[in-house]
Design a protein around this ligand. Sequence first.
Ligand SMILES: Cc1cc2nc3c(=O)[nH]c(=O)nc-3n(C[C@H](O)[C@H](O)[C@H](O)COP(=O)(O)O)c2cc1C
Length: 254
Amino acid sequence: MITACGFAVLCFRIAETFHIFAAYYFQDMNLTDAIPLRHSVRSYTEKPVETEKLAILEKEMEKYNARNGICMKLVKDDPSVFKSFLARYGKFRNIYNCVVVAMPSALENGEELCGYFGERIVLLAQTLGLNTCWAGLTFSKKAAKKYLLPHQRLLAVIALGYGESQGKPHKSRTYSDVCNAVCPPQWFAKGVEAALLAPTALNKQNFRISLPDNGKPMFSTGRGMYSKIDLGIIKCHFDLAAGIAPDSSSESEF
Ligand SMILES: Cc1cc2nc3c(=O)[nH]c(=O)nc-3n(C[C@H](O)[C@H](O)[C@H](O)COP(=O)(O)O)c2cc1C
């Protein structure tokens, strides 16, 4: 026999679940809207992430994995990935959920694809009211590797949860620092502005975007350890803001 209190809790849970799915399916906020709101957050509250939100993220990851041959794995309720000297040194706190980002060792373009689709997960998390932070270095590689198969190469992880804060905008290069297209079409200018809001390792923003006569944006980066992941992340932001579909990707140069 259910008590009045039990019934009230049940009703609340049903309403909450409905709200989460309604917000997602009716797209209160889309990935592009999330771009200016996203900032890296390293310290999280104890509030657990709802299983419904984790399910939405996991389903999207599985779709990207199947289509692109990459391997993103959702880690639920396991603090060990961010329990290491490096994570503490990097001021990461209270991370129970994260995404392990990996690729089959032989996958051509795998790093760029992981950056691109990993960032779509980051932005999706932001639309669900969650905070995130990419980490290439300051986490426990040993703990993250437990979630991978032997032929999969670990690239990075993404912390996930309710942040202690919403983070803050990074110090950014300007349009003319990364691009010399004068009077570009609006879609291109919007793409570059969104690329400048993207996370990059050590906030290096070591990229350039040009618009050759064929009208197809061209991206180039330096040769750092995370530059190909960064490039994928930048392209993800550019494509969303410019209205370019993920598969019709633009040219890149390393
Ligand atoms: C590929 C990649 C690796 C990163 N690795 C780390 C890391 O190991 N530790 C860390 O604290 N932040 C890491 N970051 C987060 C960046 O420092 C952060 O994105 C950058 O400073 C810009 O700030 P924002 O994300 O708030 O815009 C990484 C970001 C990227 C894209």
